[in-house]
Design a protein around this ligand. Structure first.
Ligand code: 13P
Ligand code: SF4
Length: 393
């Protein structure tokens, strides 16, 4: 996440200052990978756009470029399809003829694409350091320990795990192994409906906010039906009785980008722009979601603004690259960023034009770089969980 001072100018460019320098450093504790091994072109090379175009053209049908809605403009222009994480997972699975899937998004999305594509297809993440801080908040060891706590409390057999797409392949495999499903922000209610048909309780990983918002806002549960499992405390900081009384066991994880929006941001924008409609992503805190007019995934936000009448006013609570693009695409509507401070997803922003050019040119020269490959056993169980999601009604 990258922040700067008020007020928010939607024309501002993402700053790389807070990022690890061009993928040349690594955080070994995170789900994201290692250093970028390549010789990256300079960001000031005036031919970068032409070089990306030429390399893509040379690769032809062999390459399929996927772009998440939070990617930079300079990158999204080269995407064959754009989408939220659900749409991109489906699109990746529907392209068996492409030898290379270049994923302009973050590490967990590329892992999911590898799981859902054929063995002879290779998924490439242009910068291996494009991870996700939320996915890092649930490790395989912590989740295995949590399952032991649930077993000790005598409830493991009643619990169905539901894991947000924004989790590592290991967590998805755990979910598949224990009879659960994956969900995204566009199908979380359907996933929970399904899970409560299979069992009496849900362990929701790793985004507490999406879990709580879906349970309370969409499924009619109360806040008291939810407990928060803190992996950094013994027994998750919960008594066996608290676990037995809960319907939703929420993992203590969150998105550092959406977590910034506050009730003050909502009150402030309503004061500044009378008649504004507040539309936020369900990764926002519960009080923000409760104070908003509409809530939905990135794909929902895009459709809502497409359908909105000219002259309408909107404050959007999601990542800034997308909000800026939406504001540019709808000059007839007033579209502002919900918060006063600039807030890009710094890991999404790691995929920039130099990394994309480097990845495409390497592939065009026959060098497979930055491949994301999930091992067979993990893949087998993670695929089970992902396929349960894709089969949801
Ligand atoms: P969606 O793409 O499912 O809306 O999720 C948003 C997000 O945070 C992706 O990292
Ligand atoms: Fe992760 Fe949040 Fe960035 Fe999405 S926006 S990749 S959940 S940190």
């Amino acid at each position: 996440m990258t922040t700067a001072q008020t007020p928010v100018d939607l024309d501002v460019q993402p700053t790389p200052l807070a990022l690890l320098l061009l993928g040349r450093e690594a955080d070994p504790r995170s789900e994201r990978g290692v250093e970028c091994p390549g010789d990256l072109p300079s960001p000031s090379d005036p031919d970068l756009v032409e070089r990306a175009r030429a390399a893509k053209e040379k690769l032809g049908d062999k390459v399929f470029v996927l772009g998440h809605h939070y990617q930079r403009d300079e990158v999204i222009q080269f995407a064959d399809v754009t989408g939220d994480s659900f749409k991109l997972a489906r699109d990746a699975a529907a392209r068996p003829e492409a030898e290379y899937i270049v994923f302009c998004g973050v590490h967990f999305m590329a892992e999911s694409a590898d799981i859902l594509t054929g063995d002879d297809q290779k998924v490439v993440l242009p910068d291996l350091a494009a991870g996700c801080s939320m996915a890092d908040m649930a490790t395989a060891e912590q989740v295995a320990e949590c399952w032991d706590v649930l077993t000790e409390a005598g409830i493991a057999e009643q619990v169905v795990p539901v894991s947000y797409m924004n989790s590592s392949a290991d967590i998805k495999a755990f979910t598949g192994k224990h009879g659960g499903t994956i969900c995204t922000s566009s199908n979380a209610k359907r996933a929970l409906d399904w899970a409560f048909e299979q069992g009496e309780k849900v362990l929701f990983l790793p985004d507490q906010h999406l879990g709580r918002n879906t349970a309370v806002r969409d499924m009619g549960m109360s806040l008291e039906d939810c407990v928060l499992y803190n992996p950094h405390k013994p027994n998750g900081g919960l008594t066996a009785e608290e676990l037995r009384n809960a319907k939703m066991i929420l993992w203590r994880g969150h998105c550092s980008v959406h977590g910034r929006f506050s009730i003050d941001s909502v009150n402030d924008v309503r004061e500044r722009i009378p008649g504004v409609r507040v539309l936020v992503h369900p990764e926002c805190k519960h009080e923000v979601v409760a104070a908003a007019d509409e809530v939905g995934s990135t794909e929902y936000i895009i459709k809502a603004l497409d359908a909105a009448p000219a002259g309408s006013k909107w404050a959007i609570g999601t990542e800034l690259n997308l909000v800026r693009r939406l504001a540019n695409a709808h000059p007839d509507k007033e579209i502002v960023f919900l918060d006063k401070t600039v807030c890009f997803c710094s890991t999404m922003n790691r995929i920039d034009l130099p990394h994309l050019v480097w990845a495409l040119e390497s592939l065009a020269e026959g060098n497979l770089v930055n491949r994301i490959e999930v091992d067979r056993e993990t893949e087998q169980f993670a695929k089970l969980a992902l396929e349960r999601m894709l089969a949801l009604p």
